[in-house]
Write a protein that binds this ligand. Structure first.
Ligand code: PLP
Length: 342
């Protein structure tokens, strides 16, 4: 009964097989190999554009921080939700990689940036006033940190507002596939067609081992040389990139990434339905991906912990986070709900 994190899940067997297959003789290093080239070609197909540049890193934090460092100078700010991973859980990596940019926090229900909050921040922005720290980028997470999804239209609305004021747009897509599986949007609709300039596309939480891709779209793709220089300087350039690219290629083959994300999402829905039927339990955020946030009666929390279930109680108000992955089984969900009801 491990609902602690999707990063705790095993890798999908196809990913391991692809890495084993990549282990044949020598290959050019630092991303100059055939698999990394094939990955770029595949991304161009999947995102329906030749106007992209992509590179491979090995953590979501690195991917976010690197992307933001291209979009924001150290004397600027990044607008993001107050619960954004880049603010709460990256140990200042975005600030470090940008050379000191501030994160300017915005409110919004269920992890989604509220349009009025964004509009107010943009209205107050005055880059000509030398004493202020103006925003240069907006960062949106999809899925959000509370497991909710933005529709492609909702991303576009926020991106349009930001771009009207000259900001660039970053999307933290650590769970991008889960958002696509929930909304039914295409990768292109959820990214560059919605105005996203830089996407941190994650596979690690969805059956991969360590493949995280930074994708630059449109005019931002011209910054690829700078991206590579920053990636090297940050120590995010795996010498044996062929293995990381092999992982990503395996995830993208025959839609595996979307199949696995849809499976994880379905597990979360089943879990949430089970919790909702328990007296005194409450689902606190809409379950639109693979995360469930439930306020549970204390005896239920105690019982689950007593039975050895792994999950995170968050703070003092009995809200607990349960994360499903591609590998979550029906048996695990049944066992957890049985333990909760006993
Ligand atoms: C929304 C989001 N973005 C980024 C990350 C960072 O990923 P990593 O742990 O690989 O650095 C996480 C990890 O939990 C996340 O949930």
């Amino acid at each position: 009964m491990n609902f602690s994190s999707d990063t705790a899940a095993p890798a999908h067997p196809d990913v391991l097989a692809a890495m084993a297959e990549a282990n044949a003789g020598p290959a050019p290093s630092y991303g100059n190999d055939a698999r990394t080239e094939a990955l770029r070609a595949r991304l161009r197909e999947i995102f329906e554009t030749d106007d992209l540049a992509a590179t491979v890193v090995t953590s979501g934090t690195g991917s976010n921080a690197l992307a933001l460092s291209l979009l924001t100078p150290g004397h600027g700010a990044v607008l993001c939700h107050e619960a954004a991973h880049i603010h709460e859980h990256e140990r200042g990596a975005p600030e470090f990689f940008t050379g000191g940019a501030k994160l300017q926090l915005l409110e919004g229900d269920h992890g989604r940036i509220a349009m009025p909050a964004l509009e107010a921040a943009l209205a107050h922005r005055n880059p000509d006033f030398v004493h202020e720290c103006p925003a240069f980028a907006l960062s949106v997470s999809n899925l959000t940190e509370f497991g909710t999804a933005y529709s492609a239209e909702a991303v576009a609305a926020r991106a349009d507002a930001a771009k009207a004021d000259g900001l660039s747009v970053h999307l933290d897509g650590a769970r991008f596939a889960n958002a696509l599986a929930f909304t039914g949007a295409s990768p292109a609709e959820m990214s560059w067609r919605a105005g996203v300039d830089a996407l941190s596309l994650g596979f690690t939480k969805n059956g991969g081992i360590s493949a995280e891709i930074v994708i630059l779209f449109g005019e931002t793709a011209a910054k690829f040389g700078e991206l590579e220089a920053r990636r090297k300087r940050a120590g995010l350039m795996p010498p044996k990139t062929r293995f990381t690219s092999a992982e990503a290629l395996a995830m993208l083959k025959d839609g595996l990434w979307l199949t696995l994300a849809a499976r994880a999402n379905a597990s979360a829905r089943a879990l949430a339905e089970g919790f909702a039927a328990i007296d005194g339990a409450e689902i606190v955020h809409p379950v639109e991906g693979n995360l469930v946030f439930a306020r549970l009666p204390q005896p239920v929390i105690d019982r689950l912990q007593g039975e050895g279930a792994a999950f995170y109680p968050l703070g003092g108000d009995r809200v607990c986070r349960f994360v499903c992955s591609w590998a979550t089984t029906e048996d695990e969900i049944t066992a957890l709900l049985d333990a909760a009801r006993t």
